[in-house]
Design a protein around this ligand. Structure first.
Ligand code: AMP
Ligand code: MG
Length: 473
């Protein structure tokens, strides 16, 4: 049986300066290690044999109907502008339309060098491929907009990283597009207004069909990103590389690199080894996303006939973003403590808990979960810190109909804990994929306590703590 993907490609029809057409670079010995049957079915994909899918998803034999290309974009990386980036190790194969009518990209990541590879080798190793597979699927199950994982293959070739020779791998991922803030920046930086207009038209059609002006598109993206970052904050997620080339127009999380979920809560938490200044620290994510939206606004200005008026209007939209993020944050954190509809008066209660958690090394995920399902005070180094907060909280809960149900739907039992992800990667490198399959399965139902999975709720032992995550993906 051969794999069949019902491609319907639109990006490939955009002007030639949007991309470089090229096939993935073949690999030696591809093996299929993961395939997402449910997602494939939703996309109308007919699976093939494992050998056939290994050939297709390694890029050795692109599936029929694919129009492989590497997309060009620019971006602010850690605040500095790079006028030309692009898919340095990825090929967009094409698009499909899902059962719900949504157009989705299928992209191979790790599929070989392209004209945008700069100093990179165009490849990925098994660890980051499995990390992205697992974490993106976990995010999806948590209800957070994200790219998805369709398949993963090993290549049979080594990839050289800080840690030595690692097994090469390729991820086939799905996203509602890979159009980034940096894609707009690329054409804006060149003052290529016709291309900017074509990109705008394409983005509106795909992501904001109701938008009738650049201001409306900007507002739509701002709203989606405000919601997204608030959702990240509500599960203790740290993206790690919120460069403008990793910030989508769709409002989906993409480019899982040195990302991580926090164990013990602290607002200043940073994992990425290259984020020395803490630019992308947990609690700085709302500030950074506003900054990134200001860059999108700047890139949209050339589309406007009256640029002074546009700057004024766009500035107003960007300045209103912190309040939008805060409103989402308040609603989400309210639910985490059992309030169906938190009001500004409830903020002190939420912040009071977070402060006590930070001062007491309380585990982020478990503390919130045991508010409904256990003994919260045990999570605190000094349990009296919780006691002092608890009475105000109980008083406030009296006004709620079903706070337990509210909390259980808002506080996951399981997140992809760093130490588990690292252990899973070590096992996979040694040839054992059982921990990957197990994590994937448990994390597909994160709000449900599952028998036999208690170990996956435990924070790391001191010897298991992952201090840093690496960009050497
Ligand atoms: P990131 O911030 O990880 O999303 O990557 C930033 C840029 O570096 C993107 O344009 C990537 O395509 C490129 N890149 C990352 N890793 C590699 C690699 N191993 N080979 C070539 N390009 C890479
Ligand atoms: Mg990227």
């Amino acid at each position: 049986m051969t794999l069949h993907i019902p491609f319907d490609n639109s990006y490939a029809r955009l002007p030639a300066r949007f991309f470089t057409r090229l096939d993935p670079v073949p690999v030696k010995d591809p093996r299929l290690i993961a395939f997402n049957d449910a997602l494939a079915a939703d996309l109308g994909i007919t699976p093939g044999t494992p050998e056939d899918m290994a050939q297709a998803f390694s890029g050795n034999r692109p599936p029929e109907g694919a129009a492989p290309l590497a997309q060009v974009y620019a971006g602010h990386q850690f605040g500095g502008f790079s006028p030309q980036l692009g898919d340095g190790r990825a090929n967009l194969l094409g698009e499909v339309v899902s059962s719900t009518g949504q157009r989705l990209d299928i992209q191979l990541k790790g599929s070989g060098p392209t004209p945008y590879s700069r100093m990179g080798d165009g490849r990925a190793w098994l660890g980051p491929v499995l990390r992205e597979y697992l974490v993106s699927e976990a995010m999806h199950a948590l209800g957070i907009p994200t790219s998805r994982a369709l398949a993963a293959v090993t290549t049979g070739e080594p990839v050289y990283r800080e840690t030595g020779a690692m097994p090469g791998a390729i991820l086939a991922r799905v996203a509602s597009s890979h159009i980034r803030v940096g894609t707009f920046q690329y054409f804006a930086a060149r003052r290529d207004v016709p291309a900017l207009q074509a990109l705008y038209d394409h983005a509106v059609e795909r992501h904001a069909p109701d938008a009738d002006s650049p201001a409306k598109l900007l507002e739509t993206v701002i709203e989606r990103q405000a919601q997204l970052v608030a959702q990240w904050m509500s599960v203790g997620f740290i993206h790690g590389v919120m460069n403008t080339d990793n910030t989508t127009i769709s409002g989906e999380t993409i480019d899982y690199g040195p990302c991580a979920f926090m164990d013990a809560f602290h607002p200043d938490t940073v994992f990425s080894s290259i984020d020395a200044q803490g630019r992308y620290a947990f609690s700085n994510q709302p500030n950074v996303i506003v900054w990134n939206m200001a860059q999108l606004a700047t890139a949209l200005v050339p589309l406007m006939p009256d640029q002074d008026a546009a700057i004024e209007e766009f500035t107003r939209l960007v300045h209103a973003m912190p309040d939008r993020i805060h409103a989402h944050w308040l609603a989400l954190y309210g639910r985490k403590i059992g309030l169906a509809q938190a009001t500004p008066e409830d903020e002190l209660l939420i912040v009071g808990l977070l402060e006590r958690m930070a001062n007491n090394r309380a585990d982020f995920t478990n503390t919130f979960r045991v508010l409904s399902d256990g003994a919260p005070r045990d999570q605190f180094l000094d349990p009296t810190a919780f006691d002092a907060w608890e009475s105000d909280w109980r008083t406030r809960l009296e006004a709620e109909d079903d706070p337990i149900a509210t909390m259980r739907a808002a506080n996951p039992v399981y997140i992809p804990r760093n130490h588990r992800v690292e252990q899973m990667i070590q096992s996979a490198v040694a040839g054992d994929f059982a921990p990957f399959d197990r994590l994937l399965n448990v994390l597909s139902r994160p709000f449900e306590a599952q028998e036999g999975a208690e170990d996956l709720t435990r924070p790391p032992e001191p010897s298991e703590v992952v201090q840093q995550t690496f960009c050497g993906t």
